[in-house]
Design a protein around this ligand. Structure first.
Ligand code: SF4
Length: 391
């Protein structure tokens, strides 16, 4: 019997734009006072459309899809926990045994009480905390830095046994503190993602703390070196996947992978009114929306003229960048085709893959100058384990 292919899809759910903070760089800045949220019925309709589409696709492709729901905002924990418990119950009812699902929440962790701790521990599968450590840009409406409160709440999560990871946005304010940032997470044993600053909500929003592409590359390269030199390394994204790409690149026998949005759309954003966007598209632009998942079957959203335009745009980005990139195949092209977070430069309307490629080069250089790879670039075989004569 043929083995089932396992695959994943991620939906970033903008449950509400409402937030108690006003982080200077927030790309939702102008909407953070809006209290509208998705209703329970709308979420149920979304789950039904997901189930109908992926169960059918799984049957056709002899595959098994795992759905990742990422609760995102605004600040998702401004909403009462009961709302999420009901929706998690709705997921169990609607997905049943047909689909597996996990729930991730991205929070600023400024609002935490016993009920929210219970939700984070027993309701959600993963928790991501947004904290920049040295920027001073994560402020409340009065402009006061919330850092100490967040770090105190991180301590509380640890003492309550709630595992979590962090996201740190890289700006000019913390650019010089890469070493301290890494040391903080290393000492705490917390994995984290470095997210270089990208486009904001309006022109000139980032003027006071913007960073250049060479600065981003330099910071990520420094982070790479710190990670390689660490005796107790923690997981650092996206460097973990970058290492995998370089190791695949150095191994001629490793399978090649190519992103193809027409075959599988791996990440989508669902905006608060229900409009769906490919993660590579500008989701603030209604013209880029694939349609509404509350009212429209997912199969219709992932076909038709809007989907075609989105797929062509992704293919155009790949053609302009990946076809002359030595990592193409080891890298699927997804970093530039389907991840708007990676766009820092646009030339003639087309995004340029200037950060990812340069960081891959740096990692390759470091591996080649270590004893991990042979002079010909192949991964050095691990020495055979010594035989214990007593055993
Ligand atoms: S250009 Fe960028 S996205 Fe494309 S293969 Fe190279 S590193 Fe990957």
């Amino acid at each position: 019997m043929a083995r089932e292919t396992k695959r994943q899809v991620q939906f970033v759910i903008k449950i509400s734009k409402f937030c108690n903070l006003r982080c200077s760089y927030c790309y939702e800045f102008e909407e953070l006072g809006q209290r509208e949220r998705m209703s329970r019925e709308q979420l149920r309709a979304m789950y039904e459309h997901m189930r109908d589409y992926y169960v059918k696709r799984d049957r056709e492709d002899a595959a098994r899809t795992h759905v990742h729901i990422v609760w995102h905002g605004g600040e998702p924990l401004m909403i009462e926990p009961e709302y999420y418990w009901q929706s998690l119950e709705d997921q169990r009812e609607i997905f049943g045994d047909a689909l597996t699902v996990s729930n991730f929440v991205q929070t600023n962790l400024t609002v935490l009480d016993d009920e929210r701790i219970r939700l984070l521990r027993d309701g959600f599968d993963h928790v991501g905390v947004s904290v920049d450590l040295f920027s001073g840009l994560r402020v409340n409406i009065a402009g006061r830095d919330q850092q100490s409160r967040v770090v105190a709440n991180m301590e509380r999560l640890r003492s309550e046994g709630v595992p979590f990871g962090c996201i740190t946005v890289l700006t000019r304010r913390n650019l010089g503190r890469v070493k301290d940032t890494f040391a903080f997470y290393e000492k705490a044993g917390i994995g984290f993602r470095v997210l270089p600053l990208f486009d904001g909500a309006y022109d000139d929003q980032h003027l006071a703390y913007d960073i250049t592409v060479p600065e981003i590359v330099s910071a990520l390269s420094e982070m790479t070196d710190l990670w390689l030199e660490s005796d107790t390394p923690v997981q650092v994204s996206p460097l973990d996947s970058h290492f995998q790409i370089v190791l695949r690149h150095l191994n001629p026998d490793a399978p090649r992978v190519y992103f193809n949005q027409r075959e599988w759309m791996s990440v989508m954003v669902v905006n608060t009114p229900g409009d769906v966007y490919a993660y590579g598209d500008p989701y603030e632009d209604p013209e880029a929306s694939l349609g509404n998942i509350f009212t429209t079957p997912l199969g219709e959203l992932l076909s038709g003229t809007r989907f075609e335009a989105s797929a062509v745009a992704a293919e155009t980005r790949m053609a302009a960048n990946c076809l002359n990139c030595k990592y193409f195949g080891a890298c699927s092209g997804a970093p530039i085709a389907s991840n708007r977070d990676n766009v820092h430069t646009v030339v003639d309307g087309i995004a340029v893959c200037d950060v990812e490629r340069a960081v891959l080069e740096h990692i390759e250089l470091r591996l080649r100058s270590s004893d991990v790879v042979d002079p010909d670039g192949r991964i050095r075989a691990a020495p055979a384990p010594a035989v214990d004569p007593v055993a």
